[in-house]
Design a protein around this ligand. Sequence first.
Ligand code: PLP
Length: 368
Amino acid sequence: MKRLIYADNAATTKMSQAACEAMVRFQLENFANASQPYSFARNAKKALKESRQIIAGCIGANPDEIYFTSCGTESDNWVIKGVNCSTIITSPIEHHAILKPCAEVEKQGRKILYIPVNATGIVDTIALKQMVKQDSLVSVMMANNEIGTVQSINELAFIAHENGSLFHTDAVQAVGHIHINVEELGIDLLSASAHKFNGPKGIGFLYIKDGVKLNPLISGGAQELSNRAGTENVAAIVAMAIALQENIDNIDINSQWLLSLEQELLELLDNSGVSYVRNGDVRHIPGCISLSFAGFSGESILHRLDFQGICISTGSACDSKDTKISHVLKAIGLEESLAKGTIRISLGHTNTIEDVRIIAEALIKIVK
Ligand code: PLP
C-alpha cells in the first residue's frame, strides 16, 4: 500500500494522541451538561475551568478573557459583527472568515478599509497610520494561511491604540506554532482554532481583553458569561487545552525541526536545478512553504502528488475547489503564470526527513 505523506498541516493537523484519548474518555465518562447543579456535573465544570486556565496561560491571558467558540470562523465573525466601531481596517490577505463578514457589515453601512501589503505579504504600516481614526477596529491576521507570513503584531497594535482604536488578530495559523503573549503584543482580541494545533475540529476560542466590549454573536443560554450561548463541548475543550499545552511545551524544538525540514526541501529543489519562487517572508510560520512554478498548474501538481500519496494544497484549504488565483497571491502582486503554478506544502512536527525527500523527489520529477 502507498505510504501517506501528510503535508497539509495549514489545512488541518492530526490530533495529539493524549488530546484524543482525553476527549474520548471525557465524552464517555463525564458527559454531564456543565451548567447542571448536581454533583455529576462537577467534573465537567471543573474541566471547563481548568481548560480555560491552561489556554489562557498558553497565550499570556487571564482565564476570564477566554471565550470558547465552535471554530476560528466563528471567532472571526464574532469580532467583525460584534464590535461597535464604525470603521474596520483590515488587510486584503485575510482569510475569508474575516473578508466575508467584513463584506456583510459593509452592506449594513460599516466602512471597511484595506491596508495594502508588500510582495512578501507584510502590511504597510505607513498606510495604516494614515487610515486609522478614533474608534476603528484594526484586524490583521498574525500569520497568513497561504504564504505563512507573520506580521509585526506589536507594531500594528501600537498604531491602533495610538489612534484610539482596537486591535484584533486572526491567529488561527499562529497559536501553538509561534510564541504569543497577548499582553506583551498589545492584542485586544485574538481568534484561534484547535484543529490547527493538533486539537479537535469544531472547537476554538476568542480572547477578549478585559474591558473590551463585544456584542454576542450567538444568543440564548447564559454560557460563557452570557456572551456566547450554547452547551459547552467540554470534551473538545479539554482536548483543545491538552493539545495547545503540548504544542507550547515543544514549540522551540518543533520550530527548529520544521525549519530544518524546510531547508532540506529547498536544498533538494535547488540542487535539482528546477526553477521556482518561494512566496512569503523570512518571518513565517515554520514549515509553511508556498512555492510557485511558472507555466505549471498548481492543481495538476496537487493531483500528481496525490497519486503518490502526498497531500499538499494549492493555496488556502478552504479555497481548494476554486481554480481562481487566490486573493492572497493577487494582493502580493505575484505574476499570473507563477500564481497559477503555486502550491503550499505545510509540514507538521511529525513529518520526517524521509517525507521531505520523497516530496522533493516527486516534485522534481513532475516539474522536470
Ligand atoms: N483564519 C485562518 C487564518 C485560517 O487559516 C482558517 C482556516 O483555514 C480560519 C480562519 C478558519 O478556521 P476554522 O477552520 O476553525 O473555522
